[in-house]
Design a protein around this ligand. Structure first.
Ligand SMILES: [Zn+2]
Length: 641
């Protein structure tokens, strides 16, 4: 596809003052220069630098301030990093970025919110501004364990917060909670049959309570959400642009899209394709194709093989193969609150056909697999095809997730030339996993070090937006510390990685998974000009502060796509969020919280506030005559007769 890159008129952008540098008019003047920086290049041939110049979208010079001085021209944007840490742009190797973008401005994000009390206050406020017919939806990115109260909202709290507006709250792959208005909107009643693999929780008389459970298939959760109104095409574009900029806010410059249910090709890819053609992507996306209909997977794959080829596109938007599902019968849902699903006894036959079709046409793939039981069965199919010569070297394929993969299976992946991609799903679900499988299993979930020790390429990512948050610093914190959001330490030191390795998994490894290791992932002359100036030095901040890092300036291909702090106003403009009642217009995306002191003290403080103000507690007190009835707060109990 023909993709035009927007070239910014950089001389219109205010330039940071630079003492003693004389502008030159030469042709080789840089477009953007970052100086006075602590640059971690990720390049073993030159790991550290103080300055860097970008020209025509690529890194032109890496050196110190004196090295880049000759490249300052009258049109060069010179950025003084003020001694801050600079890293290569981050690459989330498993992000549902395309689907996330289409819905972003419709969603209220609880990512980073530290108490349920605050979450409910946001719901109440948003419900009041939401027009009739529209919903309030919280679709993942949070865990009850991150709340001081460590629990989910109840339907009655949601009814109190939003008496008339449908509210849908998704918690991990486990639960959706609907208020009364949402139950009415989706039409669930006592007569609604039980969905396959899911459960509508019922109260006395069989009436739905508002709780939906994945048992263990999350399909009931997503098909219910699919009944909510969606955006028009123009708003989907604006929504996607805002989502990509939200990702830029954390230093992300690339992502590998994992496709997903309700993300059909080519229909649901048209927004990113158009944005790419208009030069309006601010994040590079490599995408995958995911068959949508059980029983028709081979038809989808065969049709797509005729339409497109891996590596079609360019460095902004390119096809990277099939997956993360190839056939539905092989998908093992990771609802750790439920027992491991037993997959069908004969999925291999259809699965083998799908993999054979892909391999015969030179297509790589990524494959969702949570449990070793699934991975072993998949590997047996791959080994059979490899014996026929069908797993050629250089054809990229990988397993995603792999929380319980065994060392033996990892040896088999290595022998077949595969790779791995891990996400911090355990940050959110670690407690549920531990309750079911114990601490010993959690220590190995996933066995990151065993993967690296075998020389496998291991990409890191988030699996956002429906379980984990997209904030990469939360994932990096998990890789480095082994801690959940709730503070439980699950992975011991021997299964953690150091900060530099974790960062390489979030940069270089992602580039390798899309065959772009020669153009991105490190900062070296000739590589793409993608970098982030960080708010805090990732390499030296205390471990508990890693999740609080943000980018203060993000550059993609020489374009400034995010600018905060001293750099505010340097970034490209964005159209206003539409619709105007969007929760993102009001609350933004990820909620930054002030850096905590001691985690325990902070938690206790928040819990105290939450108990004092929580809806349930107020109602409990009201019933006992200890507090005014919350539903009748319009008269003052002190002065009423
Ligand atoms: Zn997956």
């Amino acid at each position: 596809m023909g993709i035009r890159h927007r070239h910014e008129e950089s001389f219109e952008v205010p330039t940071m003052p630079v003492g003693g540098l004389i502008p030159r008019a030469a042709d080789d003047a840089a477009d953007v220069i970052v100086r006075n920086a602590k640059i971690h290049t990720g390049d073993s041939s030159r790991p550290h630098a103080g300055a860097l110049a970008i020209r025509d979208g690529r890194v032109a010079v890496v050196g110190d301030d004196a090295d880049i001085a000759p490249f300052v021209g009258p049109a060069t944007t010179v950025v003084d990093a003020l001694g801050r840490r600079v890293v290569p742009g981050l690459n989330d190797a498993h992000l549902h970025v395309i689907r996330g973008g289409l819905n972003y401005v419709l969603e209220l994000r609880w990512d980073g919110v530290t108490s349920l009390r605050q979450g409910l206050a946001m719901l109440r406020e948003q419900a009041a501004r939401t027009p009739k017919g529209q919903w309030v939806r919280v679709v993942g990115g949070w865990s009850a364990e991150q709340f001081a109260e460590r629990r989910l909202p109840t339907p009655s709290e949601m009814n109190a917060a939003a008496p008339d507006t449908p509210v849908f709250v998704l918690h991990l792959y486990q639960t959706a909670i609907l208020n009364r208005a949402a139950l009415q909107a989706v039409g669930y009643t006592r007569d609604t049959p039980e969905p396959k693999g899911g459960q509508i929780v019922r109260g006395r008389g069989g009436e739905p309570t508002g709780m939906l459970l994945a048992a263990p298939s999350a399909l009931v959760l997503y098909s219910t959400l699919a009944k909510a109104p969606t955006l028009g095409d123009e708003d989907k574009k604006t929504s996607t642009r805002h989502f990509l900029r939200e990702l830029n806010r954390f230093g992300l410059t690339s992502a590998i899209d994992a496709a997903g249910g309700f993300q059909n090709f080519p229909d649901n890819y048209s927004v990113v394709t158009e944005l790419a053609q208009e030069g309006l992507l601010s994040l590079r996306i490599a995408y995958h194709l995911f068959p949508q209909t059980p029983g028709q997977e081979l038809d989808d794959l065969a049709r797509w093989i005729e339409m497109v080829r891996p590596e079609d596109g360019d460095e902004w938007l390119r096809l990277n193969g099939a997956g993360e599902n190839l056939i539905w019968a092989a998908a093992d849902f990771e609802n750790f609150a439920e027992p491991r699903p037993e997959l069908g006894r004969h999925y291999e036959a259809e699965f083998e056909k799908a993999v054979r079709l892909l391999m015969e046409h030179g297509w790589g793939f990524r494959l969702h697999a949570t449990y070793d039981e699934t991975i072993r069965r998949d590997l047996a199919v791959f080994e059979k095809l490899a014996a026929e010569g069908l797993f050629p070297g250089g054809n990229r394929w990988l397993f995603d997730h792999a929380e319980t993969v065994s060392r033996d299976s990892l040896d088999r992946v290595a022998a077949l030339g595969g790779a791995m991609s891990v996400q911090n799903r355990m940050s959110f679900q670690g407690e549920a996993f531990t309750r079911r499988y114990g601490l010993g299993a959690a220590a190995e979930a996933p066995p990151v070090r065993a993967m690296l020790e075998r020389g496998l390429t291991v990409g890191a990512g988030s699996d956002a937006t429906r379980v984990s948050t997209y904030n990469p610093w939360v994932a990096l914190h998990w890789l480095v510390t082994g801690r959940t959001l709730g503070g439980a330490v699950l992975r011991p030191p021997q299964n953690r990685v150091d900060r530099e390795t974790a960062l390489a998994m979030y940069t270089k490894a992602g580039a390798a998974l899309t065959g772009e290791e020669e153009v991105k992932g490190i900062l070296r002359p000739g590589f793409l000009g993608d970098l982030a100036i960080l708010s805090d030095d990732y390499f030296t901040v205390p471990e508990q502060d890693i999740p609080h890092i943000e980018s203060v300036l993000t550059v993609v291909g020489g374009r400034i796509v995010h600018a905060a702090a001293e750099y505010e106003g340097l970034d490209e403009e964005l159209p206003a969020i539409s619709p105007s009642w969007s929760p993102v217009a009001q609350f933004g995306g990820y909620r930054s919280s002030p850096r905590s002191g001691l985690p325990g003290v902070r938690q206790a403080e928040l819990l105290g506030q939450a108990i004092a103000e929580s809806e349930e507690h107020l109602l409990w007190r009201a019933r006992r005559g200890l507090a005014p009835d919350a539903s009748r707060t319009f008269f003052d109990p002190c002065f009423s007769p």
